[in-house]
Design a protein around this ligand. Structure first.
Ligand SMILES: Nc1ncnc2c1ncn2[C@@H]1O[C@H](COP(=O)(O)OP(=O)(O)O)[C@@H](O)[C@H]1O
Ligand SMILES: [Mg+2]
Length: 251
């Protein structure tokens, strides 16, 4: 379990996040949702270990990790713009990190992951020969192959068009469920957060406005901000939102 206790972050005297309390269970998909500039990426980077916390504790399985360097936390991130190596083919991008660790490349886990992300037909392609969705799947595979304990994603769908978005969303859910992988996804898009995550953290101006399941957030918004942000941005009625959930959240 990942726990944040009263975490705050300031850049110089600019308070970006304050009093963040959060508990994320193993295997949960949790979305950090809020408008641009509210502190989502900063929060994700503090969990990853890229950004130091100013105050408070981060615990993983009851051990404080806020002072642990990023490499020792064993969490891993999928970047928004893929960050793949253009001179390597898809397969070599996927196993790049393993080669450095001198791990066995014939591991069944790798072939299973390639199947799970439906990447087999694309393994020999150069990065410029891949579509946006295929690049994102390679990027996810490259991250998961390192067997992170927590998978972090910063706006993973924002570079994709809407049809591809749906399939990548399904793929992320399938991977998280199959591997029981705790997954934290940053997004500014309420529809993405509400349809993809088990729980959603709504962030308003550096504080948690609400932490709950998608149905709780839609049915019992805790503040005018939550209600307005969710409903206005979706520009559709509550009844319609239920249809988006499908079986996953059993409306
Ligand atoms: N390295 C930094 N130095 C100074 N200010 C920063 C830094 N990173 C982020 N900020 C500020 O923190 C606030 C939150 O940024 P960010 O976490 O990127 O928001 P979001 O991801 O929700 O759009 C913004 O006001 C941003 O300018
Ligand atoms: Mg951001």
């Amino acid at each position: 379990m990942l726990e944040l206790r009263n975490v705050s972050k300031s850049f110089d005297d600019h308070k970006v996040l304050q009093g963040i309390n959060l508990a994320i269970e193993k295997g949960e998909i949790v979305s950090l949702l809020g408008p641009s500039g509210c502190g989502k990426t900063t929060l994700l980077n503090m969990i990853l270990g890229l950004t130091e916390v100013t105050q408070g504790e981060i615990l993983y399985n009851n051990v404080e990790i806020q002072d642990k360097p990023m490499q020792k936390r064993n969490f891993n991130i999928v970047f928004q713009d893929f960050c793949l190596f253009p001179h390597l083919n898809a397969y070599d991008n996927i196993v790049y990190g393993l080669k450095n660790l001198k791990r066995d490349l014939n591991d069944k886990k790798i072939t299973d992951l390639i199947e799970l992300l439906e990447l087999r037909p694309h393994l020999n392609k150069k990065i410029h020969e891949l579509s946006g969705g295929q690049k994102q799947r390679v990027s996810i595979a490259r991250t998961i192959v390192m067997e992170p304990e927590i998978l972090l994603m910063d706006e993973p769908l924002s570079a994709l068009d809407s049809v591809i978005k749906e399939s990548i969303k399904d793929m992320i859910q399938k991977v998280a469920e199959t591997l029981s992988l705790t997954t934290i996804i940053v997004t500014h898009d309420p529809e993405e957060a509400l349809t993809m995550a088990d729980k959603v953290v709504v962030i308003e101006n550096g504080s948690i406005a609400q932490f709950g399941t998608p149905s709780e957030i839609i049915n019992q918004p805790k503040s005018a901000f939550v209600e307005k942000f969710i409903l206005k941005q979706l520009k559709i009625k509550r009844d319609h939102i239920y249809n988006l959930f499908g079986d996953r959240h059993g409306a």
